[in-house]
Design a protein around this ligand. Structure first.
Ligand code: ZN
Length: 138
């Protein structure tokens, strides 16, 4: 019996050779699937169930995929999107925490964000990134 399981694990290792396996994006997909199943149970909406099933299939597809290069590209994309989302949320949090002392302005040209102390009045702001000028009231 021990031999049987030994063979099985050997076979599995052999099967997984050259395949992509598990990464952070697959983990994210499984979390999406769990949330999707939970939401579909609570709301009875088929859409969440469909999303969950698709997420599971996709994570398995990635696990056994032999196109390692494409999967690595997906992982990089996932990290870059995740980084942007995290950055956006931390900026919102900061803006909310400093809402009484500072006003934030977004440069319409390059989308970078600058903050100025409140209560100065009308000022000309020069974007430190692209040198675009804007007149704002703080
Ligand atoms: Zn700018």
């Amino acid at each position: 019996m021990g031999n049987f399981f030994g063979n099985l694990s050997y076979k599995f290792q052999h099967f997984m050779t050259g395949r992509y396996g598990y990464d952070a994006f697959s983990k994210f997909l499984l979390i999406v699937a769990l949330i999707g199943f939970g939401l579909s149970m609570f709301t009875g909406m088929k859409l969440f169930y469909t999303i969950a099933v698709v997420a599971i299939f996709y994570s398995y597809f990635r696990l056994f995929s032999k196109n390692i290069y494409a999967r690595q590209a997906e992982l990089r994309k996932y990290f870059s999107v995740k980084g942007k989302v995290v950055q956006k949320f931390s900026l919102r949090k900061k803006m909310w925490a400093e809402r009484k002392a500072y006003k934030y302005f977004k440069c319409p040209k390059c989308k970078s964000v600058w903050r100025y102390p409140k209560g100065i009045g009308k000022i000309e702001i020069t974007c430190k990134n692209c040198k675009n000028k804007m007149i704002k009231r703080t």
